[in-house]
Design a protein around this ligand. Structure first.
Ligand SMILES: Nc1ncnc2c1ncn2[C@@H]1O[C@H](COP(=O)(O)OP(=O)(O)OP(=O)(O)O)[C@@H](O)[C@H]1O
Ligand SMILES: [Mg+2]
Length: 277
């Protein structure tokens, strides 16, 4: 098998290696997630066991109904978590399809909920209704998880993390901002952070995350492959904001009456997303 690569030009070999690196990174991300979700799962099991015991001890229907409600809610949460992890493990293609980014945000926070609580990170969300984005959901979820974990690690004593989702009609891009109020990045280091292997972390932290310096370089590769953009704004001592722009899965067309862009309703706009925070 190793002979196959000899037929390739150096540029092609780089592309093959990049793909392999991305795959290895997916596996690492999966491994980290399994670590996080196993703890979360254990918590859920404790809830289920305790309410099952409660229901067995108390025979009145009110207590039993409450116990069943709690058991059902906990089991549903457990099912969502396994589905999310299994989805990430199964879907390894690079296909792009119209994707609701608010769903990816919700999934990411569900996976990181325990970790954010543990590090006393207060999460605020400002989610506006946007068109779907033309993306590979798995890859964008990995980008999101990387940015959220970086943000969490920038606030070792806890703090505020803001996530915003909006639509830029002029550019027909869906915009996602991950802002933390943590340590910030010195201006002279900003040009380095997207380089592979650039890290200021001393290996994995107590949650087993961080320190390879590959997170942001992978984010940039993924966003560029999507013809999107990633930018960073940071002030030492104040915090850091990463802004992602991803192509919307709708074509804006001029309205015949007022000339303003309207969406072609082929894909639909997710409605009813609450604006929180
Ligand atoms: N939100 C942030 N606040 C402050 N510094 C940051 C933030 N995000 C990234 N950095 C800086 O950029 C560096 C590179 O980040 P990157 O995500 O690529 O690697 P890493 O987090 O160190 O390791 P990993 O490969 O595990 O993600 C970090 O080590 C850190 O110094
Ligand atoms: Mg990182």
């Amino acid at each position: 098998m190793s002979g196959e690569n000899n037929e390739l030009t150096p540029q092609q070999q780089i592309e093959v290696l990049k793909t392999q690196l991305a795959q290895a990174r997916t596996l690492t991300a999966l491994g980290e997630l399994v670590g996080t979700t196993t703890h979360e799962f254990n918590n859920i099991l404790m809830t289920i066991i305790n309410y099952a015991k409660l229901g067995m001890r108390h025979r009145d229907s009110a207590t039993r109904e409450k116990a069943f409600d709690k058991i059902l809610a906990a089991s549903n949460r457990a099912a969502k978590i396994t589905n999310s992890v299994l989805g990430m493990a199964r879907n390894r293609t690079a296909d792009r399809e119209p994707t609701d980014l608010s769903g990816l945000i919700a999934d990411s926070f569900m996976l990181l909920e325990r970790e954010m609580n543990k590090y006393r990170i207060r999460v605020e969300q400002q989610i506006r209704p946007t068109p779907q984005a033309m993306v590979n959901g798995n890859q964008i979820q990995q980008v999101l998880l990387n940015l959220l974990i970086n943000a969490r690690q920038a606030m070792p004593n806890g703090g505020r993390l803001l996530i915003k989702l909006d639509y830029n009609a002029d550019e027909n891009m869906v915009e996602l901002v991950v802002r933390d109020y943590g340590c910030g990045i010195p201006a002279d280091k900003l040009p380095n952070i997207f380089e592979a292997f650039y890290t200021t972390k001393q290996g994995p932290d107590a949650s087993g995350k961080g320190g390879t310096g590959l997170g942001l370089s992978m984010c940039r590769d993924i966003i560029e492959a999507h013809k999107g953009r990633i930018r960073v704004d940071s002030t030492v001592g104040k915090g850091t904001a990463f802004t992602l722009k991803l192509p919307a899965a709708v074509k804006p067309v001029a309205s015949p009456t007022i000339g303003a862009p309207v969406f072609v309703p082929q894909i639909g706009i997710p409605g009813q997303t609450p604006v929180v925070g």
